[in-house]
Design a protein around this ligand. Sequence first.
Ligand code: HEM
Length: 461
Amino acid sequence: MATAARNDVRDPAARQAGYRFPPGFERNLLWFAWRRFRPANPILLFQHLVQEYGDIAHYKIGWNHIVFLNHPDYIREVLVVQNDNFVKERTVRRSKMLLGEGMITSEGAQHRAQRQVAQPAFHRQRIPEYADTMVREAARMRDQWRHGEERNIATDMMHLTLNVVAETLFATDLRDEVHELADAINRIMGLYNFLVMLPAAEWLVHVRPPGLAAFVRARKRIDAVVHRMIEAHRNQHADRGSLLDLMLVASPDRSPASEKSLRDQVITIFLAGYETVANALAWTWFLLSRNPDCERHFHEEIDRELQGRLPAYEDVPRLRYVEMVIAESMRLYPPAWAMGRYALNDFQLGEFFLPAKTTILMSQFIAHRDPRFFPDPLRFDPERFTPEAKARRAKFTYFPFGAGFRQCIGESFAWMEGVLLLATLGQKWRLKLLSNHPVDPEPLITLRPKHGMRMHLEARA
Ligand code: HEM
């Protein structure tokens, strides 16, 4: 862990309280960031903090203390050891404008209740039931693809994973609405950086200046689809044991408050469940296309293990290289690229003593590229994820699904979905990135390919 502590923050109250701050910017970031960084890309800021200050860095924005962590011991301390002292609260304030109070953004008793309601749908025994649907949807897509075609694979992966979530967790066929929904979500993502930088956006949303009006319109379109889905389910009166059924049973009445809560819970799982996986897959196709040896290995394993038939749940443990490819892809391009926490009380972190209300930031994008734990970090190498290599590596160096009691509820679902969709599509197709297509990661709510992912389809003989 870093050693150089500071207790010289120019804040007499802080000095008096005996706080010891990590090294970091002397100047308030509001002023500093506008001069040095493009504020729209926090990854540049995080990279700078790591280069200058190492494992832990401190800065202020206005009155707020922010601490950026870049060491597995610190990350474990916040997410697991001292998790009682940390909430998500302010760090997810802007996400609440879309997600409301669903499982990702809620706290305390409300969060526990929502997680408990959803848990059975993610139970180890339920996950195998979803495999057939995942494979069927991927097979449908691969049959629509044409040899020699150029496609935006990022969009295709979004449509595919949206359909999978709708069918598996919400027992709903969304094929007719998938374009509308994806389009509305894209509009919101496009406005995301603007929203993050806009002071009092939660309040301004009611006044609707330009930009925010587009946000409100897109949110209404998403809400309309979600409401249609809920109503259709209610009218069918058939409990198929889906996540939506579980949510409806737990929703006591049709008062505006419980309708709003239902909408928030549904939309949260929807967005969390499709956008992340879609991005992981788009980045994986890109990396395979750039690394022909790995791509060959990937195809060989699929051909050997499946012998030409469609994959099924039982094949997942045998498609080990496919899983290693996804793991390595999420190391370099983690769909959840950063996480935040907010301290309820004063706390000790290593040798530092920090005040309540400090915001803690951690970034998978930065941590997963740390050369101390991933030598030659920019090289794509799925062998980093053999069981032996994983066992040798320190814990909390790789955390694409977070950690502790707020760890992703959909992790097993996502691993299985990733393996099955890649294997089904990769069995028939090789995807080549167009040579002139620019590829840049864009850190929005998830890490998206900024210009999409335009790829050329080659049918495999
Ligand atoms: C590659 C795919 C995925 C990635 C990388 C991912 C990543 C994450 C991360 C990092 C968190 C923790 C955030 C934090 O602690 O601040 C999280 C939470 C969550 N994820 Fe995922 N996720 C993925 C797929 C899914 C899927 C498929 C679902 C549901 C179908 C899902 C639903 C959720 C929910 C509901 C939470 C909130 C859990 C809680 O706070 O109790 N995720 N995810």
